[in-house]
Design a protein around this ligand. Structure first.
Ligand code: FE2
Ligand code: FE2
Length: 231
């Protein structure tokens, strides 16, 4: 076998060992394959390398993402004040995201990572562009966008876990299970408040936009950024 062939075999074996080490195969019945299928692409290797090389920025932006996830959930409660199931889910989600926010803050403190201002990346604003501006479809689009953000977060944690130190690896493995649940919750609400045929088209539209944000060069490294642009 050619040397590259052996290298591939060794990489695959290492991936399988990591999957067992972190029990990645037991995240939930079939949930990781479902998430891979839902997303238009996997995280490019260039992003993983950039994240490993700048874990400080990764953690600061991750902390900001947890806060934004909670604040989005709260603003949905304020806006859709007669949607009981949405309010119940978003209330639980906001609490959970704030707990994640506190957990990242604690981890940063242990690692002596100072808080600093980070500008928001292009990802969330890029996805918001595909949300229709009138109700009731605005809510459906917003929920589908939420499902994609949670699915991508889950997929990124999964991609990072095998490469991280034990503490961060365990933490991110725990989080990927939460994000998988949040993905399912957002999608369930979209189907509850929308029309299945329309949602299929919304998913296609958001999937294409999301894939582009992930697979095109991005000048800023963030938790949800694209391929790091060459300096
Ligand atoms: Fe979270
Ligand atoms: Fe989440």
């Amino acid at each position: 076998m050619h040397i590259n062939g052996w290298r591939l075999v060794v990489c695959r074996l290492a991936g399988i060992i990591d999957a067992f080490r972190f029990n990645l195969l037991s995240v939930g019945p079939m949930i990781l394959p479902e998430i891979h299928e839902f997303l238009g692409c996997r995280t490019p290797d260039g992003w993983i390398q950039a994240a490993l090389a700048d874990q400080e920025t990764l953690l600061i932006d991750h902390k900001n993402c947890e806060f934004k996830a909670a604040s989005t959930a709260l603003s949905l409660i304020a806006k859709y004040h007669s949607h009981v199931d949405l309010i119940n889910m978003m209330s639980r989600l906001a609490r959970e995201e704030l707990v994640h926010h506190e957990q990242v803050m604690r981890l940063m403190k242990r690692r002596k990572i100072e808080l600093r201002q980070l500008s928001a990346g292009r990802y969330a604003s890029g996805l918001r562009k595909v949300v229709r501006s009138h109700e009731p479809v605005k809510l459906v689009d917003t929920l589908v966008v939420g499902a994609f953000i949670e699915a991508r977060s889950c997929e990124r944690f999964e991609a990072l876990v095998p490469h991280l130190d034990e503490e961060l690896g365990k933490f991110y493995f725990g989080l990927l299970k939460s994000e998988a649940r949040h993905f399912q919750g957002y999608l369930k609400l979209a189907y509850q408040y929308g029309d299945a045929k329309d949602i299929a088209q919304v998913i296609d539209r958001v999937r294409a936009a999301e894939q582009e944000l992930i697979e095109t060069p991005d000048v800023e490294f963030r938790f949800h950024s694209g391929i790091p642009a060459a300096a």
